[in-house]
Design a protein around this ligand. Structure first.
Ligand code: PEP
Ligand code: MG
Length: 586
């Protein structure tokens, strides 16, 4: 009986690592199909009323989901729902849709679709991956409004009785948060990329995910046997027994290593000879905090505040910022949160204030340079951070410092913000620890001068590599020249750590290099005190740390610094170091 099921292998984007096998359930989150039809001028008010109605429905539906989730999962997962509520309340979107209804004389559904496409085109043109993904948030919200118009008021996911792989055009964040982790083994979507909210939530919930497949919902049928490899972005449909066995073995190994890593969670981040360093997480959303804590992270070494400022038409005021910082600080307590002041410009765009057209944005009005040019914007952020810092251990630090004068100017602004709060009788943290990012070669060379003025350094290796080697970090064609182990980089890392320690301040790293377990022996050997990384990297780095004596790491660092080229250093690490301290996770 029945036809043999078709075998197929598809490639998508790895959204969340892990291997999952199960029965495909193509869930009904498919886009609704509407036709566009002309309306008469007399019908315009009715279409606008239908739109208003649907907007109200979508709002109350989201509020209900929010309410249920806050009872179920606690407040830290609600940020995305709040972001969607904000989109629903954005008058610009309503203006656009009504503009299409009136101007083009078309039905409300078609006007919503046209508005969505307009926004998507706008976001698609953005260079930054993260921002491109934010266009999807608008699309998700628009789909929700369309569902309301179709009289489809809720879109709860069904419950699944067996291990299932959910396949959908896209999942809204609300869908993701409702996933029954006990029965859902993995997710596959047509839309979404590495930085989509679906990916962020899948990683936070630790559900293997392959996203951005384009046509998964048409190629995969309900009931197909599927295997997904969330790290490589591969989906096998109805694999043969041999393939299935090989994935089975890899899954066993992966799960075993995860369990082993889990055991490290409550063990100290300490070398066998008793030297401790702090392993922390980098975050952009409150949703990521639970993953840091469950992976044994000790606080947040980098909270990138820029996302609060992106993707919107008005700047967040002091109260909105205060609420966001307070949520992060409360969720991370009793651990420390290092809040970085606004770092936009370069490849990180902001819609307000308009980014000036610059020939060379990475060398332009970016980060602290923008903050110092926009004193009101800067002071508002500093005030919000100073106030929120009363709620738990908090540090503040400035991105892209290139010289002493700039640092003194930033500190003067911080001082002014404090004085203003004092004059107004507003409570704030008087002695907040202050630091800087070291990500420009000039800052490396004068690290001794800068160290006198701050409580900590945090090296942003992503930018330090970019500016030291003159390699655009977003240029794929130059990726082979983007070498973390370049001798210039290693020497810079040594200068910074030595300068920090000579001045008695902490040396930290929060660039991607900190999260690569292979580099741990060098960073430990150079004497770094704190490493901040993506949450999932924490146990992997801790595993190497707990196996690598500090005394040996010092020798590794000395040896690594003696090589002439990055590939020599890499060969040395591969040959002698990596095999001893780490495991391959493939
Ligand atoms: C860095 O440059 O290494 C860093 C952590 O900052 P960002 O990636 O946000 O520029
Ligand atoms: Mg940076």
């Amino acid at each position: 009986m029945g036809l043999a099921k078709t075998r197929n292998v598809l490639q998508g984007t790895g959204g969340a690592p892990g291997i999952a096998m199960g029965t495909a359930r193509v869930v009904d989150c498919l886009r609704l199909h509407f036709i566009e039809y002309p309306i008469t001028p007399e019908q315009i008010p009715r279409e606008i009323e239908r739109l208003t109605h649907a907007l109200e429905g979508a709002r109350s539906e989201l509020r209900r989901v929010r309410h249920e989730l806050s009872a179920d999962r606690g407040p830290e997962h609600l940020y995305i729902i709040d972001a969607h509520l904000l989109i629903l309340e954005d008058s610009m979107i309503v203006r656009e849709v009504t503009g299409f209804i009136r101007g083009e004389e078309i039905n409300a559904e078609a006007a919503i679709r046209r508005t969505t496409h307009k926004f998507l085109r706008h976001f698609a043109a953005m260079k930054d991956d993260y921002l491109r993904e934010r266009g999807r948030d608008i699309e998700t919200v628009m789909e929700r409004i369309l569902h309301q118009m179709a009289g489809n008021h809720t879109s709860p996911l069904p419950l699944f009785s067996e291990k299932s792989i959910l396949v959908a055009h896209d999942f809204s964040p609300a869908d993701m948060l409702q996933l029954q982790t006990s029965s859902v083994a993995g997710v596959i979507t047509d839309l979404g990329g590495k930085n989509s909210h679906t990916a962020i939530l899948a990683r936070a919930l630790e559900i293997p995910a392959v996203l951005g497949m384009g046509n998964a919902t048409s190629v995969i049928s309900d009931g197909d046997l599927v295997v997904i490899d969330g790290a490589r972005g591969v989906v096998e449909i109805n694999p043969d027994n041999e393939t299935l066995d090989s994935y089975g073995r890899r899954k066993q190994r992966y799960d075993y290593l995860e369990q082993e890593l889990d055991k490290l969670r409550d063990l100290p981040a300490e070398t066998p000879d008793g030297y401790r360093i702090a392993l922390q997480g980098n975050v952009e959303f409150p949703e990521e905090i639970p993953a840091i804590l469950t992976h044994g992270g000790e606080g947040i070494g980098l909270y990138r505040t820029e996302l609060l400022f992106m993707n919107r038409h008005t700047l967040p005021d002091e109260e909105e910022q205060y609420a966001a910082y307070a949520a992060i600080i409360r969720a991370a307590a009793p651990h420390t949160v290092c809040i970085r002041t606004l770092d936009v410009g370069g490849d990180k765009l902001i819609t307000t204030p308009d980014p000036t057209e610059e020939a060379n944005p990475a060398l332009g009005v970016r980060a602290i340079r923008l903050s110092l040019r926009e004193p009101v914007l800067f002071r508002t952020q500093l005030r919000a951070i100073l106030r929120a810092a009363l709620l738990g251990p908090t540090r503040i630090f400035f991105p892209m410092i290139s010289g002493l004068q700039e640092l003194l100017a930033a500190k003067a602004c911080l001082h002014e913000a404090k004085m203003e709060l004092s004059r107004q009788g507003v409570a704030y943290h008087h002695g907040i620890e202050t630091g800087i990012m070291i990500e420009i070669p000039s800052a490396v060379l004068i690290a001794d001068l800068l160290a006198r003025e701050v409580d900590f350094f945090s090296v942003g290796t992503n930018d330090l590599i970019q500016y030291t080697l003159a390699i655009d970090r977003a240029n794929d064609r130059l990726a082979h020249l983007y070498e973390p182990l370049h001798p210039a980089l290693l020497r810079s890392l040594k200068i910074v750590a030595d300068a920090a320690h000579a001045a008695g301040i902490r040396a930290c790293i929060c660039g991607e290099m900190a999260g690569d377990p292979d580099y741990l022996p060098i960073l430990l050997g150079l004497g770094y005190d704190e490493l901040s990384m993506s949450p999932l990297a924490i146990p992997r780095v801790k595993r190497v740390l707990r196996r690598c004596p500090k005394s040996e790491a010092v020798q590794v660092a000395v040896k690594a610094l003696s090589y002439d080229t990055a590939s020599d250093v890499e060969n040395y690490l591969k040959r002698e170091i990596t095999a001893r301290f780490s495991d391959s996770f493939d």
